[in-house]
Design a protein around this ligand. Structure first.
Ligand code: BGC
Length: 368
């Protein structure tokens, strides 16, 4: 009897250990990643900024995350997604290198039951995108254009147009927003287009189709590449007649391209003055704004985008329905979206918006 009791107790203890061991091995714990984050490239400060803001936001949380960069390659991006799938992610936050090419990567994730959140750039032509967190990109373009309009000098001012990469859906949204504001001012003679025959041919149309925009973007794209932007600006200024110089307005799509375009225009002695736009509030461009070398930037508070993306991810992990405030058509579905407003920053409000707000520190800049 006593012996029988002992062996039952021993058996129970063994069973408890076995159960504990099994629980530990599949607890979704330390070796697993719950949220995977894929960003386009480390070569642009914009995305390194996003990485930093993600890391700040994740400090001290219980969520296990991993951030991978695709270095401008859709193949690398696909590999990154596969790596994260193998690590057991439940949510994928991804900013695609190329919005259409990323479809197959997110479809692979979706097939595994993973929730897909497009981050900043929409993924097009697939129903495998669940949510989209974004800035109001149309408004970014509109605000850049409005800045040029507000600072136009008289009439007949040469207008140089530049755009982002055609593989990025945002490039179309930025351009669309800008065109709506610029077109009436081209029509009324405030501006004359200096560097795009395609834009010139469409200058009487208030609203452009995607194909029409693609024609202009094809001509004035920077591909989001500072060097390409510089070469294009040089080519344009070399080809420009004297009446396309003097005081000029330049629609530059983002900070990286704005700085290199600005440098080219600054070095042309026939350009008396230029007003040039940007976006992202990159540290180097904030310094350019302070120094009067770049006229403005559009500040997109990445902290908010990160907070929104993680907010959706956590809601999903907790089995709740995420909050959204709009939707975007990605050619396959209306993707539920969380949209954030943007702020124009120039010399006058740079300190208030970027330093006093705690986004950057004063000692990161000279001459504030
Ligand atoms: C982003 C911009 C960025 C650009 C180039 C766009 O999709 O919205 O903030 O400057 O890509 O990376």
């Amino acid at each position: 009897m006593k012996k029988g009791f002992k062996s039952i107790a021993l058996l129970l203890v063994i069973m408890m250990f076995a159960a504990l061991a099994a629980a530990c091995s599949n607890d979704g714990g330390s070796s697993k990643v719950s949220v995977g984050i894929v960003l386009p490239t480390k070569d642009e400060p914009r995305w390194v900024q996003d990485e930093t803001r993600f890391k700040d936001a994740l400090k001290g949380t219980k969520y296990t995350t991993e951030i991978l960069f695709s270095q401008g390659s859709s193949n690398k991006e696909k590999e990154n997604v596969e790596t994260l799938i193998n690590k057991g992610i439940q949510v994928l936050i991804i900013c695609p290198q190329d919005g259409a090419a990323a479809a197959s990567a997110v479809e692979a994730a979706k097939d595994e039951g993973i929730t897909v959140i497009a981050y900043d750039r929409l993924i097009t032509g697939t129903d495998a995108v669940d949510y989209y967190v974004t800035f109001d990109s149309n408004d970014v373009g509109a605000k850049q254009a409005q800045y040029l309009v507000d600072n136009a000098k008289g009439s007949g001012e040469p207008l140089y147009l530049y755009a982002g990469a055609a593989s990025d859906n945002n490039a179309f949204l930025f351009f669309e927003g800008a065109w709506k504001v610029l077109q009436p001012k081209i029509a009324d003679g405030t501006f004359k287009i200096a560097n795009s025959s395609e834009a010139e041919a469409l200058k009487d149309k208030a609203e452009l189709s995607r194909d029409e925009m693609a024609k202009i973007i094809g001509q004035v794209t920077t591909n989001w590449d500072a060097n390409e932007a510089k070469n294009k600006a040089q080519t344009h200024l070399t080809a420009a007649a004297a009446d396309m110089k003097g005081d000029v307005a330049i629609l530059a799509p983002n900070d990286g391209t704005a700085r290199s375009i600005a440098d080219v225009f600054a070095s042309d002695s026939a350009v008396t003055s230029y007003v040039v736009t940007g976006q992202d509030a990159e540290i180097a461009s904030v310094q350019y704004v302070i120094d009067g070398k770049q006229s403005m930037t559009v500040f997109k508070d990445v902290r908010t985008l990160v907070k929104d993306a993680m907010g959706i991810a956590i809601a999903v992990l907790d089995g709740n329905t995420p909050e959204t405030n709009g939707s975007y058509d990605n050619e396959k579905k209306e993707v539920q979206a969380k949209k954030t407003d943007v702020i124009v920053v120039n010399k006058d409000n740079v300190k208030k918006e970027l330093i006093d707000s705690g986004y950057y520190k004063a000692d990161q800049f000279k001459g504030l």
